[in-house]
Design a protein around this ligand. Structure first.
Ligand SMILES: [Zn+2]
Length: 493
């Protein structure tokens, strides 16, 4: 048995001011054949999992390139085509194979390509022919297109948001692919369009219960796998929206019925899934009140929409500016993306005091830059943080402290959302001693930060992220979706 595996992944926010080129992939994660580390990345866990299973079970695994760019704006056409053709060339050289297992994200958009993954899968299918099994793992913040479904035999997305199960779901996809190649199962994919878009954190009700229910359906009565494609509201493409995916053992009628039933149930929950958010003033008031009642642990303030993981730059200043003006400055800030400020801090050196212009450079929506007198506390050529078992680079970094305060700001060059508290500890910041931790992430930080904080306050401050799908000026996405229309499936009556 011969299996080819590779990973091509990023998430494209078509509203982001940050363009994506080849360099963005090389800077974030780029592993040529055979050089994928033993630890997985978010979208490439199928590669090390297959490598290990191939060794243990005695089949041949041919590794192609694995790469990932931090979510950002439209991918340069030549960059997408280069990476696509690199992997297709590796696959062509590996033929004949019995299966292809890919680590995708599913929300890429490139210049001239609204559905790069569909284009890529179609070309993989054309190379392999109809009889070779093609499987892929996706991030749920993706777009499910008919073109992908036509060319896939097996697919699953992470069930959890935060995506704490990305490795487990990679193993699940690999397992289904191997069983199908060995003739033990005949997977068939069914899907249902929920005609809506919102956010679905699984760390809280009602999504916690919904995902637990889905997990219990898998592996019994001919149901091999169930996924919710949450959709990605910052990607303006024709098939943007929430879908249910069910993979059955050759029972498409059952799969379609189950997908429809689950889709209707999720649709009925649509007004309740998003976490409650406050505006900046109310959020900072709330954080102060929580801190007064609980002096032992920091309060986490999430700048929900200035999340580089959703494709924006991560250099918005609204919340940080108000924290300084209000005197809520015994705080750690992870992070502000600012390559120029990092360069200045490195050039000045540790211990130097200087005036530094911080943030607010990528676009007008995130607020003006902050001009602060700071001391350079720490400079490093490569900072990093964990996300579960994976290691996420921050690029060249600097920690600066605003003079006459306890406010420590982590400045980064490789855009990344905040995942785990070790982002502070790795840079010598005693986060447990702070009153407030300002993080830039929608919900991925939740798994790591909940145990070390008294409470999490979700703040909705302005950025370039399109936060309200009811009013976002979509040009390609369907307008016949909730919340643009109240009841597109007609189930409210
Ligand atoms: Zn995601």
């Amino acid at each position: 048995m011969r299996i080819f595996t590779a990973s091509l992944a990023t998430e494209t926010n078509t509203f982001s001011p940050v363009p994506t080129d080849l360099n963005a992939f090389r800077a974030a994660f780029y592993a040529p054949p055979g050089q994928h580390p033993d630890t997985p990345t978010l979208c490439s866990s199928v590669v090390p999992i297959l490598r290990q299973r191939g060794r243990a079970e005695g089949f041949t695994v041919i590794e192609g390139t694995s790469c990932w760019a931090e979510p950002a704006g439209l991918i340069q056409r030549a960059a997408y085509e280069h990476l696509r053709d690199e992997i297709l060339g590796q696959l062509a050289a590996a033929l004949p194979v019995d299966g292809v297992v890919l680590g995708l994200h599913g929300a890429m958009v490139a210049q001239g390509y609204d559905d790069p993954e569909g284009d890529f899968l179609e070309r993989v299918r054309a190379l392999c022919g109809p009889d070779v099994l093609i499987a892929a793992e996706f991030d749920p913040h993706s777009h499910l297109t008919a073109r992908r479904l036509r060319n896939l035999d097996v697919m699953a997305a992470f069930l959890e948001f935060p995506h704490t199960d990305f490795e487990e779901r990679g193993a699940h996809v690999v397992d289904l692919a191997l069983r199908a190649i060995r003739g033990e199962i005949r997977p068939v994919i069914s899907s249902f369009d929920c005609r809506m878009i919102t956010i679905y954190p699984t760390s809280q009700a009602p999504m916690r219960g919904f995902v637990d229910r889905i997990a219990a359906l898998q592996g019994r009565d001919g149901v091999l796998s169930v996924s919710v494609i949450h959709g990605f509201m910052a990607g303006d493409v024709p098939e943007m929206g929430t879908r249910i995916v069910v993979v059955t053992d050759n029972d498409p009628e059952k799969g379609a019925a189950l997908a429809r039933r689950l889709g209707h149930d999720l649709y009925r929950l649509r007004r309740q899934t998003a976490m409650p958010m406050l505006d900046t003033e109310a959020g900072l008031d709330r954080a102060r009140a929580i801190r007064r009642g609980n002096p032992d642990r920091p309060v986490v303030i999430a700048d929900v929409w200035d999340n580089p993981g959703g494709g924006v730059a991560g250099d918005a200043t609204h919340v940080l500016r108000r924290m300084i003006e209000r005197g809520q400055t015994n705080a750690g800030v992870a992070t502000v993306w600012d390559p120029v400020a990092v360069g200045f801090a490195h050039a000045a050196g540790e211990g130097a005091e200087l005036g530094l212009r911080i943030g607010g450079k990528s676009c007008a929506e995130g607020g003006e830059p902050l001009d602060l007198r700071i001391r350079v506390m720490r400079v490093l050529d490569e900072g990093w943080q964990s996300f579960r078992n994976s290691r996420v680079t921050l690029g060249r970094v600097a920690v600066v402290r605003v003079l006459d305060t306890e406010l420590d700001i982590i400045l980064i060059t490789s855009r990344s959302q905040t995942y785990e508290p070790d982002i502070f500890a790795n840079l010598g910041i005693d986060f447990a001693a702070k009153d407030y931790l300002l993080v830039k992430s929608t919900n991925h930080f939740q798994a790591g930060f909940a145990p070390v904080s008294s409470e999490i306050v979700y703040v909705s401050a302005p950025t370039s992220y399109p936060t309200d799908p009811a009013t976002t000026p979509y040009r390609k996405a369907s307008h016949d979706l909730w919340p643009r229309v109240p009841d597109p499936l007609g189930l409210d009556g």
